[in-house]
Design a protein around this ligand. Structure first.
Ligand code: GTP
Ligand code: MG
Length: 477
């Protein structure tokens, strides 16, 4: 069924966040120009909201209203003593020279309001109610277009939401929406569409479909993110490197290479997550410990990164620069001597060697395995989960850094299981599941249904963690 096209003009005083509102509603960080400077937007610019590939809503950004007090006086003077309707006077004004001269900016906005089905009047809720606002509302009320006031900057401690609501009610505007454009709150967006729906009977279906579509998209985004993170974790958990214990130089080189591969793999996951949420790396600028131009500020293999999430590296592997990697020295039987020797050689390099018990894969004599330790896997999981949660609530107008995770918010609760989830334990025993390193056989990996099952189970667990309330402890598993 073809839904009727809905057109909405976004208007308001300069610098109230009109362009920002459009960016967030359309999930388009590239739309228009957003700046602290007043009068950033000079022209009317439209953008589409699609549903099943078809445009169902067109949103129009407009230049800020700057001289509403002057314009209202001008309109009143145009009307004179005649009993004429506001819209007629406005049309008369739009055809006059003043609409291209001293009131050109205002005229562009008003023309778009008159042409649209609805106007969203954006208010900086930190402002006091001033004469300019009263006059803007008065002019808008003459446009014969329904108006939904949108209170922006509502997350700011200075927001005067009740005062604004009271004032708007006095001028007969009861359907008021609250929407902070930098904090994407799914519920606020829904309420905004619902307010529009109450005013637009003819577009009821379009708005209802949009609300449903946004809900569906959010769920799909969470699933897709969880899947991408699950894939990363399996790749890293399954990745092992065999090195000869007798050659400490070779071992050191292999260790560096392993860490680099894991870093690159994490970066690929970050890039995938940013892309899923339609952010560009430089949309998430610098803040220590958080994402810096789309990269994690703290190295994955640093004690600080572990500490940030309340994690501790296990045993001696935490020492020095070699955080996050464990040495699996062959243990038992005839190789015990070699293992001890390996402990002496590479153990000196890494800090200490730790012997892992059960082995399912065969190994050559005199060699040892390097792999990421559990704390690194947890850190990888927590970093990407934290990023996903931040992106879910990040408006596409947000120009601030992503928030820094703190150990308080991300500490592992005492009851946390000492074991990794089963799927990761399985991955640790199946090096062919990993895409990392030369040993990875992509055909084998992609065709192994057990890997897919494990990734699916992990993704479900991650999706549940991502959706925990904002004040909940974040833990993995
Ligand atoms: N903290 C916060 N900042 C916001 C919000 N909305 C907009 N901003 C910031 O406010 C400034 C103005 O935003 P714009 O979207 O350019 O405002 P505008 O109404 O389009 O401005 P003009 O085009 O000049 O009329 C920018 O620095 C935005 O980053 C918000 O909800 N919260
Ligand atoms: Mg603008």
């Amino acid at each position: 069924m073809r839904l009727p096209l809905l057109t909405a003009a976004v208007v308001g005083h300069t610098n109230t966040g009109k362009t920002s509102l459009l960016r967030t509603l359309t999930r388009d960080v590239g739309f228009g120009q957003v700046s602290d400077r007043p009068a950033t937007t000079h022209h009317v610019e439209g953008t589409s909201v699609l549903l099943d590939g078809r445009t169902v809503m067109e949103l129009f950004d407009t230049p800020g209203l700057e001289d509403s007090i002057g314009l209202l006086d001008h309109l009143d003077a145009l009307a004179g003593d005649r009993r004429v309707e506001g819209i007629d006077v406005l049309n008369q004004f739009l055809q006059s020279a003043d609409a291209w001269g001293r009131f050109a900016q205002e005229a562009k906005a008003i023309r778009q309001v008159i042409r649209s089905d609805i106007a969203l009047y954006v208010i900086d809720a930190r402002d006091r109610v001033l004469g300019k606002h009263r006059d803007e509302l008065e002019i808008l009320s003459r446009c014969a277009t329904p108006v939904v006031p949108v209170l922006n900057f509502t997350a700011d401690p200075d927001a005067k939401v009740p005062t604004w609501r009271e004032h708007l009610a006095r001028v007969n505007m009861h359907a008021v929406a609250e929407f902070d454009t930098v904090v994407l709150d799914e519920a606020s967006e829904q309420r905004l569409y619902e307010k529009m729906r109450t005013m637009l009977d003819s577009h009821e279906q379009t708005l209802r479909a949009l609300i449903q579509e946004r809900r569906r998209q959010r769920e799909a985004l969470i699933q897709a993110s969880a899947d991408v993170i699950g894939d990363l974790l399996i790749d890293v958990a399954a990745h092992t490197v065999c090195v000869r214990v007798s050659n400490s130089q070779e071992a050191a080189g292999a260790l560096q290479a392993l860490r680099e591969r894991v870093r690159v793999r994490e970066q690929r996951c970050v890039d995938q997550l940013l892309e899923l949420f339609r952010f560009r790396p430089d949309d998430c600028p610098l803040e220590a410990g958080a994402l810096i131009n789309g990269r994690w500020g703290l190295d994955l293999f640093s004690p600080e990164a572990l500490k940030q999430f309340g994690l501790h590296a296990g045993g001696g592997a935490a020492a020095g620069a070699f955080v996050g990697v464990v040495l699996d020295v062959m243990a038992g039987g005839a190789t015990l001597g070699a293992a001890t020797a390996a402990g002496a050689t590479i153990g000196g390099l890494i800090g200490a060697g730790r012997a892992h018990g059960r082995r399912l894969i065969s190994r050559a004599r005199g060699s040892t395995e390097l792999r990421c330790e559990d704390a690194t896997l947890r850190l990888l999981a927590l970093r990407q989960i934290m990023l996903t949660r931040a992106l879910l609530h990040r408006g596409h107008a947000d120009m601030n850094p992503l928030p820094v995770p703190t150990s308080r918010r991300f500490s592992l609760p005492k009851r946390a299981s000492p074991h990794l989830p089963l799927s990761l334990q399985q991955a640790k025993l199946r090096s062919h599941w990993s895409r990392l390193g030369s040993g990875a056989d992509s055909t084998l990996r992609d065709s192994d249904p057990a890997r897919q099952t494990a990734q699916g189970a992990l993704a479900r667990m991650i999706a549940a963690i991502v959706q925990r309330p904002s004040d909940a402890d974040i833990e993995f598993p």
